[in-house]
Ligand binder design. Structure first.
Ligand code: FES
Ligand code: FES
Length: 159
Protein backbone atom coordinates (compact mmCIF):
# COMPACT_ATOMS: atom_id res chain seq x y z
CA UNK A 1 0.00 0.00 0.00
CA UNK A 2 1.28 3.46 -0.89
CA UNK A 3 1.51 6.11 1.83
CA UNK A 4 2.08 9.83 1.31
CA UNK A 5 5.16 11.08 3.21
CA UNK A 6 6.07 14.73 3.75
CA UNK A 7 9.83 14.86 4.07
CA UNK A 8 12.16 17.68 5.05
CA UNK A 9 15.20 17.25 2.83
CA UNK A 10 18.05 19.76 2.74
CA UNK A 11 15.70 22.40 4.15
CA UNK A 12 12.92 21.80 1.61
CA UNK A 13 9.62 20.02 2.00
CA UNK A 14 9.19 17.17 -0.44
CA UNK A 15 6.48 14.59 -0.90
CA UNK A 16 6.93 10.93 -1.67
CA UNK A 17 4.11 8.45 -2.26
CA UNK A 18 5.69 5.09 -1.56
CA UNK A 19 5.21 1.87 0.39
CA UNK A 20 6.05 2.21 4.12
CA UNK A 21 8.90 -0.30 3.93
CA UNK A 22 10.68 1.42 1.03
CA UNK A 23 14.27 2.19 2.06
CA UNK A 24 15.04 5.90 2.32
CA UNK A 25 17.83 5.39 -0.25
CA UNK A 26 15.37 4.46 -2.97
CA UNK A 27 12.98 7.27 -2.05
CA UNK A 28 15.87 9.72 -2.44
CA UNK A 29 17.27 8.24 -5.64
CA UNK A 30 14.26 6.89 -7.51
CA UNK A 31 11.32 8.95 -6.31
CA UNK A 32 12.97 12.31 -5.64
CA UNK A 33 15.87 12.00 -8.11
CA UNK A 34 18.50 12.98 -5.55
CA UNK A 35 21.15 10.71 -7.04
CA UNK A 36 24.14 11.92 -5.05
CA UNK A 37 23.53 9.27 -2.41
CA UNK A 38 24.89 5.97 -3.66
CA UNK A 39 23.89 2.32 -3.42
CA UNK A 40 26.75 0.04 -2.48
CA UNK A 41 25.95 -3.11 -0.52
CA UNK A 42 22.33 -2.55 0.53
CA UNK A 43 23.14 -4.18 3.88
CA UNK A 44 24.58 -1.41 6.08
CA UNK A 45 28.10 -2.70 5.41
CA UNK A 46 29.79 -0.11 3.17
CA UNK A 47 28.53 3.38 4.07
CA UNK A 48 28.01 4.53 0.46
CA UNK A 49 24.38 5.42 1.21
CA UNK A 50 25.07 7.54 4.33
CA UNK A 51 22.79 10.53 4.91
CA UNK A 52 21.95 12.46 8.08
CA UNK A 53 18.74 12.33 10.08
CA UNK A 54 18.71 15.35 12.41
CA UNK A 55 22.48 15.57 11.91
CA UNK A 56 23.22 11.93 12.77
CA UNK A 57 24.64 9.65 10.09
CA UNK A 58 22.40 6.73 9.09
CA UNK A 59 22.57 4.06 6.41
CA UNK A 60 19.70 4.98 4.13
CA UNK A 61 19.71 1.53 2.46
CA UNK A 62 18.36 -0.06 5.65
CA UNK A 63 16.23 2.83 6.92
CA UNK A 64 12.58 2.36 5.96
CA UNK A 65 10.88 5.59 4.99
CA UNK A 66 8.29 5.01 7.73
CA UNK A 67 11.07 5.36 10.34
CA UNK A 68 12.12 8.85 9.23
CA UNK A 69 9.06 10.66 10.63
CA UNK A 70 9.66 14.38 11.31
CA UNK A 71 13.44 14.19 11.28
CA UNK A 72 15.36 16.49 8.95
CA UNK A 73 17.18 14.63 6.18
CA UNK A 74 20.48 15.96 4.86
CA UNK A 75 22.00 14.43 1.75
CA UNK A 76 25.23 15.18 -0.06
CA UNK A 77 23.28 17.72 -2.15
CA UNK A 78 22.78 19.73 1.08
CA UNK A 79 26.35 19.62 2.38
CA UNK A 80 27.22 23.07 1.06
CA UNK A 81 24.36 24.60 3.08
CA UNK A 82 26.60 24.78 6.14
CA UNK A 83 29.95 26.50 6.55
CA UNK A 84 31.51 23.32 7.87
CA UNK A 85 30.18 21.44 4.86
CA UNK A 86 31.73 24.02 2.54
CA UNK A 87 35.07 23.70 4.31
CA UNK A 88 34.87 19.95 3.94
CA UNK A 89 34.13 20.22 0.22
CA UNK A 90 37.07 22.56 -0.20
CA UNK A 91 39.47 20.26 1.65
CA UNK A 92 38.26 17.30 -0.46
CA UNK A 93 38.97 19.35 -3.58
CA UNK A 94 42.35 20.74 -2.50
CA UNK A 95 43.62 17.30 -1.48
CA UNK A 96 42.07 15.67 -4.54
CA UNK A 97 40.57 13.00 -2.28
CA UNK A 98 38.34 10.99 -4.66
CA UNK A 99 39.64 8.36 -7.01
CA UNK A 100 36.64 6.73 -8.75
CA UNK A 101 34.44 8.83 -6.46
CA UNK A 102 31.76 6.23 -5.82
CA UNK A 103 32.08 6.08 -2.03
CA UNK A 104 32.82 9.75 -1.51
CA UNK A 105 29.33 11.10 -0.85
CA UNK A 106 29.00 8.66 2.03
CA UNK A 107 32.52 9.44 3.22
CA UNK A 108 31.76 13.17 3.32
CA UNK A 109 28.50 12.66 5.21
CA UNK A 110 30.32 10.62 7.86
CA UNK A 111 33.17 13.14 8.01
CA UNK A 112 30.73 16.02 8.46
CA UNK A 113 28.97 14.25 11.33
CA UNK A 114 32.35 13.43 12.90
CA UNK A 115 33.56 17.03 12.74
CA UNK A 116 30.29 18.28 14.23
CA UNK A 117 30.73 15.92 17.15
CA UNK A 118 34.50 16.39 17.50
CA UNK A 119 35.69 19.65 15.88
CA UNK A 120 39.33 18.63 16.55
CA UNK A 121 39.15 14.84 16.33
CA UNK A 122 41.98 12.62 17.50
CA UNK A 123 43.31 9.89 15.21
CA UNK A 124 41.27 7.37 17.18
CA UNK A 125 38.09 9.43 16.81
CA UNK A 126 38.66 9.75 13.05
CA UNK A 127 39.25 6.01 12.77
CA UNK A 128 36.15 5.21 14.77
CA UNK A 129 33.92 7.79 13.04
CA UNK A 130 34.96 6.69 9.55
CA UNK A 131 35.31 2.95 10.05
CA UNK A 132 31.92 2.11 8.54
CA UNK A 133 32.76 3.75 5.22
CA UNK A 134 34.61 1.51 2.81
CA UNK A 135 36.58 2.69 -0.21
CA UNK A 136 37.59 0.19 -2.87
CA UNK A 137 40.13 2.69 -4.21
CA UNK A 138 41.71 3.00 -0.74
CA UNK A 139 41.59 6.79 -0.45
CA UNK A 140 41.62 6.48 3.35
CA UNK A 141 44.82 8.43 3.85
CA UNK A 142 43.60 11.46 1.88
CA UNK A 143 40.20 11.32 3.62
CA UNK A 144 41.98 11.50 6.97
CA UNK A 145 44.17 14.38 5.76
CA UNK A 146 41.09 16.30 4.57
CA UNK A 147 39.37 15.84 7.93
CA UNK A 148 42.53 17.02 9.72
CA UNK A 149 42.77 20.03 7.42
CA UNK A 150 39.23 21.14 8.27
CA UNK A 151 39.92 20.56 11.97
CA UNK A 152 43.07 22.70 11.77
CA UNK A 153 41.19 25.49 10.03
CA UNK A 154 38.31 25.53 12.51
CA UNK A 155 40.84 25.48 15.36
CA UNK A 156 42.54 28.60 13.93
CA UNK A 157 39.17 30.34 13.45
CA UNK A 158 38.30 29.68 17.09
CA UNK A 159 41.61 31.06 18.42
S1 FES B 1 24.58 0.73 0.53
FE1 FES B 1 24.01 1.23 2.53
S2 FES B 1 25.71 0.68 3.72
FE2 FES B 1 26.20 -0.06 1.74
S1 FES C 1 37.04 6.53 -4.38
FE1 FES C 1 36.56 4.68 -5.42
S2 FES C 1 35.47 3.56 -3.96
FE2 FES C 1 36.21 5.22 -2.85
Amino acid sequence: MTVSYQLKINGQLMQADVAADTPLLWVLRDTLKLKGTKFGCGMAQCGACTVHLDGKPVRSCVTPISAVKERAITTIEGVADSELGQQLQQAWKILDVPQCGYCQAGQMMSALALLRQFPQPTDAQIASGMKGNLCRCATYHRIKQAIQQVAKRTDKEAS
